[in-house]
Design a protein around this ligand. Structure first.
Ligand SMILES: Cc1cc2nc3c(=O)[nH]c(=O)nc-3n(C[C@H](O)[C@H](O)[C@H](O)COP(=O)(O)O)c2cc1C
Length: 327
């Protein structure tokens, strides 16, 4: 990782939201701030989102978390799949029996490769009789989590988190740092997941006025990021390196192209101005040189932009637009 990036990360680590980062500069190991300093690209993430989802409600929450954090995703699959009859609760069936006996450890099919490379592991599950399914106990006892940071999240029909997270703490070494768990209702939005991750200090907080660079045809301009969750997610993307978007003209008011990934949306009714950098549908970036009005997300604005200088900057054709962090 470039020294510049490490330096930027160091500064950012000190504006991370959670108090768990106290002493962030000095400590290492399980401190997520320090972890972020050594973070890699999405292909070599040091964050893992592992989840068990018997009926598919927890899976999208896990996917949102992985997208937001640029984390790897791992599905915990039971060696003996849960049938509909198994899942019918209060029938005395398999799930009821397993949840009645804290010592049960249903076998998992497959393993996480190279668990040692992950510093932070998020573990998602449904609530079964007020607790995590016993397969989560199997997962926690299958790896050496010594010195790592763990956090659980769950979905349920109506139950709160209760003691479900706390009851897992004893299954791993005491050196594990647990972050605050969250229960989500079925169908929770990506924004809710983002707010939770931000609250526990796993995302970067964008300070007001934070700058990025926009380069087209060897010409570079600075832009000022907006103070919202999407701009923070965009900034996090750039922490992994410059992002180039192949853009084309649309509507005689913007250049637009695919971001190549989804980031959290903060859509609102916006009338654009020249120089606006907009996130459209969560996975496309546009730069405006004229006015448009739509429900989308303002990521930032190119400094000193006018209709005239944006037309010149973006050109008439299909520009390759590179977003990066300042040197
Ligand atoms: C065996 C079993 C027990 C359950 N117990 C509870 C419960 O105690 N409280 C609750 O609100 N929902 C309970 N549910 C509902 C699930 O927590 C809920 O549907 C969850 O979102 C399922 O997640 P999944 O689709 O990822 O498996 C239970 C479901 C099953 C199958």
């Amino acid at each position: 990782m470039k020294a510049r990036t490490i330096e930027t990360l160091f500064i950012l680590s000190c504006v991370l939201i959670m108090s768990l980062l106290s002493g962030c500069a000095a400590s290492g190991g399980t401190d997520p701030a320090a972890d972020l300093q050594s973070g890699g690209s999405p292909e070599s993430s040091h964050i893992l989102v592992a989840y068990f989802s018997a009926t598919g409600h927890t899976a999208p929450i896990a996917e949102y978390a992985a997208e937001i954090l640029g984390a790897d995703l791992y599905e915990i699959i039971a060696e003996e799949p849960y049938t509909e009859a198994d899942l019918a609760y209060y029938t005395g069936g398999r799930c009821d029996q397993e949840q009645d006996d804290p010592s049960v450890r249903p076998a998992i099919s497959g393993t996480v490769e190279n668990m040692e490379r992950y510093d932070i592991i998020l573990i998602g599950h449904p609530i079964w009789h007020g607790q995590a399914p016993r397969i989560i106990s199997t997962f926690l006892e299958s790896y050496d989590f010594n010195g790592k940071t763990l956090v659980t999240f769950c979905t349920s029909a109506s139950s709160g988190l209760g003691s479900s997270a706390r009851n897992l703490y004893g299954l791993v070494p005491e050196s594990v740092k647990w972050l605050e768990s969250r229960r989500f209702p079925i169908g929770a939005a990506k924004e809710q997941v983002y707010e939770w991750l931000e609250g526990i200090g796993l995302t970067v907080a964008v300070e007001k006025g934070m700058k990025i660079q926009v380069t087209v045809n060897d010409q570079t301009r600075t832009a000022t990021l907006t103070d919202n969750a999407s701009a923070a997610a965009f900034y996090e993307l750039l922490l992994n390196g410059p992002v180039t978007v192949e853009m084309h003209d649309y509507g005689s008011f913007e250049k637009v192209g695919p971001l190549g990934t989804n980031i959290v949306r903060s859509d609102e009714d916006i009338t654009t101005a020249p120089g606006d950098i907009i996130l459209y549908l969560g996975n496309q970036v546009t730069i405006y040189y004229d006015v448009n009005r739509w429900d989308f997300t303002l990521l930032g604005r190119i400094d000193g932009a006018t209709g005239e200088n944006m037309r010149e900057f973006l050109g008439k054709g299909n520009p390759s637009v590179t977003f990066s962090l300042p040197e």
